[in-house]
Design a binder for this molecule. Structure first.
Ligand code: SAM
Length: 162
C-alpha cells in the first residue's frame, strides 16, 4: 500500500464514521471538533448537522477561509488549557459528539496525548455520547464500539459513553 492509498483509506474511514455518527446522534448536546486544522471535517459536520451548536478547538488557527466557525464557536488555545475551562462553562456531560483529530506521526507522543486527554473526554461526554477518534483511547466509562461500524478494525475509532 502506498502512502497515498493509506491517506485515502484513513480519510474514507473518517468521513464514513462522521456520516454514521451524525445519523446516530440525538437532538440534544454539543458537538465538539478537536483540531480544526484545515476545517475539512468541521465543514463536513456543519453540513450534516445544520443548526447544531458545533465548537471547534485549535491552537494555531489556519483553516480554509470558508471553514471557520461563527464568532464564539472557535476556541483558540491548547486543548489542555481550553477544555477544562470549557467544562467549567458548559458543565460535565455537555457533549453528544466529539471528533478528535489531533495526532501526529509520532506514536509515543500520540499515546501520551491520548492518556492525558482521556479524562477530559470522559468528563465532556454525556451518557450515550459518541467519541470519534483518529487513534485509540483508554476510556473506562466508555465502550469501544468501533467493531459495530463498517470501518475496518484499527483505522478509526468509536466509543460510546456508558
Ligand atoms: N480534521 C482537520 C481537518 O479535516 O481539516 C485536520 C486536523 S489536523 C490533523 C490537527 C490539528 O490539531 C492541527 O491544526 C493542530 O494545530 C491541532 N492541534 C494539535 N494539538 C493540539 C492541541 N494540543 N490543542 C489545540 N489544537 C491542537
Amino acid at each position: 500500500m502506498t502512502r497515498l492509498d493509506s491517506v485515502i483509506r484513513r480519510l474514507t474511514a473518517q468521513r464514513d464514521l462522521l456520516n454514521w455518527a451524525t445519523e446516530e446522534l440525538g437532538p440534544d448536546g454539543l458537538v465538539l471538533e478537536l483540531g480544526l486544522g484545515n476545517g475539512r471535517t468541521y465543514d463536513h459536520l456543519r453540513t450534516k448537522l445544520p443548526g447544531r451548536e458545533i465548537y471547534a478547538f485549535e491552537r494555531s488557527p489556519a483553516a480554509h477561509p470558508d471553514c471557520y466557525p461563527p464568532e464564539g464557536y472557535l476556541i483558540v488555545g491548547d486543548i489542555f488549557e481550553t477544555l477544562p475551562a470549557f467544562i467549567e462553562r458548559f458543565g460535565r456531560g455537555s457533549a453528544a459528539l466529539i471528533h478528535t483529530d489531533i495526532g501526529t506521526g509520532d506514536q509515543e507522543a500520540n499515546r501520551k496525548l491520548a492518556l492525558r486527554l482521556s479524562p477530559l473526554l470522559e468528563a465532556l461526554l454525556r451518557p450515550g455520547g459518541l467519541l470519534i477518534a483518529d487513534r485509540a483511547f483508554e476510556l473506562p466509562s466508555c465502550e469501544d464500539i468501533s467493531s459495530q461500524t463498517d470501518v475496518p478494525e484499527g483505522r478509526y475509532f468509536v466509543y460510546r459513553r456508558n
